[in-house]
Unconditional design. Sequence first.
Length: 336
Amino acid sequence: MAYDNLQLDKGLYSAQKGFTQALEHADPSANYRGTALEGLDAYERQLKRYGIRVSGAGSDRIEKFFQNSATATLFPEYIARAVRQGMERADVLPSIVAATTVVEGCDYRSLTNYTDPAQAPGAVNNHISQGDPLPPTMLKAKDTLVAMKKHGRKIDIPYEAVRFHRLDLFTVMLRQLGSEIARAFLADAVGVLINGDGNTGTAAPTVSKGGSALAYADLLTLWNKFDPFSMTTIIAASDTAQAVLNLPEMRDGCAGLDFHGTGKLVTPLGAELIKSAAAPAGKLVALDKNCALELVKAGDIVTDYSKLIDCQLEAAGVSATAGFAKIFTGAAVVLQ
């Protein structure tokens, strides 16, 4: 079926794989290879079908989505995509998440393992003599479910107040909404890194500063705490990040030029430094991004599609649900 013959209705949003995948199933992008429409997905082809431009100086007014019932069906997906773009722009979770699991419900238990301390990685007596049995490592589901949290916003703007505004401006506002959601999830992640995921023994070990002020020796102590893991990432609030950058050892000429030229922060001992209000003031949250944290997502961004289609912008919500689980406790350490 060609893209310009598809019948659009809000029932597509109730499909198990989501609106875009339902469109792709009915109108596969593979059919457009070698044509002028190659590179567009099924949703973007529908925007082209109805002549809706969502970005740039020549973008359409919001009311263009409500010229008929078919175009109104496209509006919730536009909202979701703009919010997702904002989340992706502000998202630092790829720098701290080792594994991502997508679930359909909210009941999920992560895995834990137990190894005999005498046979743990790095132990001095973990040699296995010829003929001896291999030491066991038990993998099992954790005792506590991953705490899933929903973050989102309610869009409560009367349609008559915004109908003549350009979609380009509206997209900027939706992206900022997505950025706020991403920061909320980062705060959840940092909380789990520090306090654990609710299972016994998952809170991060701590090390104390040698004095009242942060010193380079404190960074070395923190770095040395990672064994057998590696310190790849440090999350710090603005005051603590500034203290790190003010250390004499961090005032390297080449690193300073990179910071002034690109805004990329100096990396203490090779670790990426992330400045975020999600970290407690005065503390450094360090981790091995390859071993510390699991992200559990309950589907994708959810919109009140029925309200957005039938009632335009009247009190419609957009949200996402996710949680975090600790993988290896020793892969995250807090300096305080």
